[in-house]
Design a binder for this molecule. Sequence first.
Ligand code: HEC
Ligand SMILES: [Cu+2]
Length: 344
Amino acid sequence: MKRILPLLAGMALLLSACGRSDLSALDPQGPIAQRQYDLMKISISIMTLVVVVVFAICIYVLIKFRRRKGDKTIPKQVEGNHKLEIIWTVVPLILLLILGVPTIQSVFGMAKDYSKDKDAIQVKVTSHLYWWEFEYPQLGVTTAQELVVPTGKKISFELVSADVKHSFWIPSIGGKMDTNPGMSNRMYLEFPKEGVYRGKCAELCGPSHALMDFKAKSVSPASFDKWVAAMKAPAVMPADAHIAETFRSKCLACHAVGDQGTNGAPNLTGIGGRQTVAGILYNSDVVKDPQSEDKTVEENLKTWITNPQKVKPGNQMPSAADNQLTQDEIDGIAKYLAGYKLDY
Ligand code: HEC
Ligand SMILES: [Cu+2]
């Protein structure tokens, strides 16, 4: 017991650290996650029931039929019992049916294809080492790291990968589903409530796998329309001519802003209003994250632009030194991007 207690305490601590409410499949915020949670509950209940009954019988038999002191007799030898054999065949069959029927129903229900549904919002998710691209083919909009969706609609996802295998998962909303290179997977999700939900890559993909976070932000349909319009508006460039030229030549080779779609790296439109930079550095002037340092968007942008490899080892963005940026240029670009907010 002395040795087990610290172990138990350690495990409890470890598990409690996982208990972020915005990252828990045990706190469902939508019908798909609810269905998945219900399945977990029913299978755990059945398993618990089986364990309790089997252990109870086992302990009862061990005590009741133990060899008593001085007892030298050989017990009655039993070879087969029809009644018992039927019971232990039929009971598991019934339990498996109770588990199987809702599981199959849910699995097929959740696999429903909304890709042709006019009322659903189509989103093509492309995973990259280590970031997420979200394209809305019906709307002509592409964004990154922060998926924006309207509440009350079916969101129909097409999932692919630009490089290795990743997995798309928003624990409190539903999932997960692999993204594979050269092959599309499909799934749909629903967001009944407005909110920001945390998403994760759920397939070990490289050194920064654990940092491959994203956000799913559900907003009212009216706000969503405003967001789409703002995303499609012409790009806002830095006011200062030198910063604008630096940004154009050093950043827009990979990135895009405004209505330019995408260029192989995250579209930066509206990045000043997002909760995070690169999906992982929380912006304290947008949202207070209890587990992150108190850094504003502008500070996080400077940290990122100066040395992205320090934040996310192995990612594809060059450092400021590789980009030959002066400190003034870093500051100017960070200030411009921090001010690039969308009103929606
Ligand atoms: C060689 C291509 C390339 C160049 C050049 C480049 N970037 Fe990036 N950038 C990337 C990639 C790839 C990512 C995604 C990294 C990740 O999260 O794994 C990224 C991410 C970012 C992000 C975070 C995006 C988000 O959605 O949160 C910012 C901000 C950014 N870059 C700014 C810049 C700026 C400013 C410059 C110019 C000084 C620049 N980048 C130059 C490739 C590039
Ligand atoms: Cu990944």
